[in-house]
Design a binder for this molecule. Structure first.
Ligand SMILES: [Mg+2]
Length: 260
């Protein structure tokens, strides 16, 4: 009996799990191919708020891992899907503090993206970190929130890794808006249950498992969502850290090959 036998749907984290930056984890291509052969459903889950499904699918394919764009669940898409599930969006407006790709996700679920003076009365404020973040955006978001807008963020990641070191991410931009408004956003990306709720509605019923390298996002998120969790040791976490953690994973494997 292998871990793979215990589950029907597999959610995979990307960096640290299937690849390290641009280098594939050698066990990943044969393992995912075998899971597909056994009829398992796969989603690739990322906290990247940009609309980058095809980017990740192409990267995975280049590394020898079969992936289709519609199998890549980014937190921009997840946030849009969550809003659609929990609100009536007909005729509603959104002020997006984030990249163009995130605005596109909002349009795809029927929201009208507004800017400037009109945005002060937007029905929703959605935050996703982007390089163009500025004071004007913070100010408009603050007005909209004080006027009663629903407040969402794609995730709360403080930084993301680059070759030069960690750089500010969504959580850093969000903090300014939360401090100014005195309000707290609902976050959708890992480790919040929203991301997993969207995954569940995409995959349907069945036994679901999260496979990833981080205790504070992948494993905490899976645990809070009530699904199975597998920690791989190919990323940032050691076995000792995992054993001592408050979010102890159900299984610890050297790499994704351990699923089989
Ligand atoms: Mg990772």
């Amino acid at each position: 009996m292998s871990i793979a036998d215990l589950f029907d749907h597999f959610l995979f984290d990307l960096d640290g799990c299937l690849y390290l930056r641009d280098q594939v984890i050698p066990a990943a291509p044969p393992t995912l191919a075998e899971l597909r052969r056994r009829g398992k459903k796969i989603l690739f889950v990322t906290n990247d708020p940009r609309s980058v499904r095809s980017f990740y699918a192409e990267k995975l394919n280049r590394l020898g891992i079969e992936a289709r764009a519609e199998e890549v669940l980014g937190c921009g898409w997840a946030t849009a899907a969550y809003l659609q599930e929990h609100h009536d969006l007909a005729g509603k407006t959104v002020f997006v503090v984030g990249p163009e790709g995130l605005m596109e996700e909002m349009r795809l679920v029927g929201l009208r993206v507004v800017e400037g003076v009109e945005a002060k009365n937007a029905d929703f404020v959605v935050v996703g970190g982007h390089a163009g973040f500025n004071y004007q955006e913070m100010m408009i978001a603050n007005f909209a929130l004080r006027n009663g807008a629903h407040f969402y963020t794609t995730n709360r990641d403080a930084t993301f890794p680059t070759p030069d070191g960690p750089v500010p991410a969504t959580g850093a931009c969000l903090a300014g808006i939360e401090v100014a408004s005195g309000l707290s956003a609902i976050s959708i990306g890992k480790p919040e249950p929203g991301m997993y709720e969207v995954a569940r509605s995409l995959l349907g019923s069945g036994r679901m498992v999260m496979v990833g390298d981080r205790l504070d996002s992948d494993i905490e998120g899976g645990k809070r969502a009530g699904i199975g969790t597998v920690l791989v040791l190919t990323g940032v976490t050691t076995r000792e850290e995992a054993i001592e953690s408050g979010w102890r994973p159900d299984f610890i494997v050297e790499d994704v090959g351990g699923l089989l």
